[in-house]
Design a protein around this ligand. Structure first.
Ligand code: CP3
Length: 344
């Protein structure tokens, strides 16, 4: 399939077109590696308050678009606005990442506010509307949410890392994990639908810790199956909106995820080799997967690696991206250089 002039290149490719050079954007393209972000951040020490201030969040969303002319803006927010909206305590400690009050029992699940994920996060929809108005007709706008098991893991352990409490609960009380994941899948579905209604052209589900489900049965139960429900519902209401899935660390289970969820496109991490990405392209469009460490180092090695990814995947639908988020010490000039390398 070739590119239609009416459609944004990223959206066309996510729907199965091929495009040379491929559309390009970056995971965590807004954030601390950009001096213009750090400047705004200094004035707003409370990260969640920054996410909830549409004027500022819209400006941050547009910073990488203005600087690098990437093919997508991803709305500035966070996956942890879902537990925050549902009534859990979420704090971002300076230099340490997120901290939540750990969730441990059924009563904690019963107390979750089902509508809160959308109702308490209306400012995100306002940000999307503001950004939508400022973008031209070529740059796509991406909305996102966390995957249910990833959000659940932060809620259960209270912070990121090895997630020992989540792993223990999976063994000791899998039914409780089922009920939490089901509640989160509904909340995520509601949030994604609201984001589309506010102007997102595509949405991405960041299941960053899907890799902690290290056997086929639990991966199917807590990653594939809830994602399939989310995708089916979004597709039902908005059949033209592509949903990108990212079960980071899924390894040889990426193919099962793509087939089993009915996702429109698949983001893969940097551990997935090119020949496996080519195989995945026969299931759906693939997005990825330069190692953010290679971007950090920059230079000729980065340009060569980028070109081999572009060439290697040019036979099918490919969106150029990283395999995980931009590292905070990355010089912005390396990002500009990478965009050039992909487009030349
Ligand atoms: O540009 C973009 O990608 C859009 C914004 C975005 C943020 N977080 C902003 C952010 C997106 C898509 C996310 C997703 C997110 N948040 C994920 C999934 C992707 C991934 O990286 O695996 C996860 C696991 C989170 C949870 C989270 N938020 C953590 C673990 C942290 C602390 C660690 C870190 O990278 O800073 C955050 C904070 C956060 N989210 C920042 C930003 C810009 C840094 C906040 C700051 O100090 O300014």
């Amino acid at each position: 399939m070739s590119l239609s002039a009416a459609e944004k290149p990223l959206i066309a490719v996510l729907k199965g077109a091929d495009c040379s050079p491929p559309p390009v954007w970056f995971l965590r393209q807004a954030g601390r590696y950009l001096p213009e972000y750090r400047e705004l951040r200094r004035e707003s020490p409370d990260f969640l308050a920054l996410c909830n201030t549409p004027e500022l969040a819209a400006r941050i969303t547009l910073q990488p678009v203005d600087r690098f002319a990437v093919d997508a803006a991803i709305v500035f927010s966070d996956i942890l606005i879902v537990p925050h909206g549902m009534g859990r305590t979420v704090r971002f400690l300076e230099g340490e990442g997120p901290y939540l009050t750990p969730l441990r029992c059924q009563a904690d699940i019963d107390a979750l506010d089902a509508e809160g994920a959308v109702e308490k996060n209306r400012s995100l929809m306002e940000t999307l509307r503001l950004v939508r108005r400022k973008l031209d007709g070529r740059t796509a706008l991406i909305g996102f949410a966390g995957g249910p098991i990833t959000i659940a893991a932060y809620m259960i352990d209270g912070s990121g890392g090895a997630f020992p409490a989540t792993k223990r609960l999976i063994k000791d009380d899998p039914g409780l994990v089922d009920r939490l994941v089901a509640r989160l899948a509904d909340a995520v579905t509601g949030l994604l639908l609201a984001e589309v209604e506010a102007g997102a052209d595509a949405v991405q589900i960041f299941d960053s810790w899907a890799g902690l489900l290290d056997d086929d049965v639990s991966f199917a139960r807590w990653c594939v199956s809830p994602t399939r429900r989310i995708v089916a519902r979004v597709r039902d209401v908005h059949p033209r909106i592509p949903v990108i899935g990212f079960p980071r660390g899924a390894g040889r289970r990426y193919a099962e995820f793509a087939r089993g969820t009915g996702i429109h496109a698949l983001q893969v991490d940097q551990d997935v080799p090119l020949d496996m990405m080519r195989d995945l392209q026969s299931i759906c469009p693939v997005q990825g997967n330069l190692d953010p460490g290679i971007l950090l180092a920059g230079g000729e090695a980065m340009r060569r690696r980028a070109q081999s990814i572009v060439t290697g995947l040019s036979g099918g639908s490919h969106v150029f991206n990283l395999g995980h988020g931009i590292i905070k010490d990355t010089p912005p000039s390396h990002v500009a250089d990478l965009v050039n390398a992909v487009r030349s």
